[in-house]
Design a protein around this ligand. Structure first.
Ligand code: HEM
Length: 250
């Protein structure tokens, strides 16, 4: 191997570790986020107590900065695999269309079914690119909004996250971008973890089918908790865990 090939391989490995590592940290953070925002399921008191504690102990302030930085690093390093040229993009579209239609074409077999099946992993990758673009836009908006919340008293009486302003803006219409963001984030994170696991050799211990099933369980469980959280934030449902805080008097 020549020296330049070795240097290029090392650089590729470093990029792979940065994009995979930042993706892994963001996926883990999103599970913490489920607990943080999910505290609204216990009612406004539970939500405000947790938010105030995280701010008083100076956990929320650095976290929002670190997550935003990780978010941008991940976007830059993961995006290097996205075809940049228009011609390549067209080929990607054609590939997506071909994969979607494969298995539907008529092929004269004994059963009448096509022997071709869409390549699941390629389809997942294409949807990861698409959801990634949506997350970049909606996630940046959300992080700026939360940053303003935490560092300024612009929305509410004090600097910090407050249930009054969070629930009011979700009910006023923010539930729409949040619902799209939630769906995209949970898909992107669970598929990302699945792809990462295969890339780093987890399929030596577990079959791809098992890993794919684990990925689907994670996706549906976290999506269900996130959707319930959003419905409570929008005020369409009373907090179902309020009895935990009010001792059954709610
Ligand atoms: C430190 C960083 C973060 C903090 C402190 C935070 C905090 C919050 C808060 C307080 C809400 C309630 C709604 C509101 O006040 O507007 C919320 C909702 C939401 N956040 Fe975040 N967030 C953070 C990062 C992220 C990231 C990186 C994403 C994804 C890209 C995300 C996705 C969502 C979604 C989808 C909702 C809707 C509610 C749900 O989970 O169903 N958040 N977040």
């Amino acid at each position: 191997m020549t020296k330049s090939v070795t240097v290029s391989a090392r650089r590729q490995l470093a990029h792979e570790i940065i994009s995979g590592g930042s993706g892994l940290l963001l996926a883990l953070f999103m599970w913490g986020h489920v607990v943080l925002v999910g505290s609204i399921l216990t009612g406004e008191r539970g939500f405000d107590w947790l938010a105030t504690a995280l701010e008083d102990f100076y956990i929320a302030q650095p976290t929002v900065v670190v997550i935003f930085a990780l978010f941008l690093v991940h976007a830059v390093y993961a995006a290097r695999k996205i075809p940049a040229q228009l011609e390549e993009r067209r080929r990607l579209q054609a590939l997506a269309k071909g994969l979607r239609n494969s298995g539907r074409e008529y092929v004269p077999t004994r059963t009448g079914h096509s022997p071709f099946r869409p390549h699941l992993d390629s389809m997942l990758w294409i949807w990861q690119v698409r959801t990634g673009f949506i997350i970049l836009v909606l996630g940046s908006f959300h992080l700026v909004l939360i940053g303003i919340d935490i560092f300024t008293p612009l929305f509410g009486n004090i600097a910090g996250i407050e249930s009054v302003s969070s629930t009011a803006r979700v009910a006023a219409g923010l539930w729409i971008p949040y619902a799209v963001l939630l769906l995209c984030v949970e898909f992107h994170a669970s598929v990302g973890l699945y792809r990462l696991a295969i890339k780093w050799g987890a399929d030596l211990w577990l079959s791809r089918e098992t890993l794919h099933r684990i990925e689907q369980v994670i996706f549906w469980v976290v999506l269900a908790i996130g959707a319930l959280t959003l419905v409570v934030l929008a005020g369409w449902l009373e907090p179902p865990l309020a009895f935990l805080i009010d001792g059954g008097s709610a």
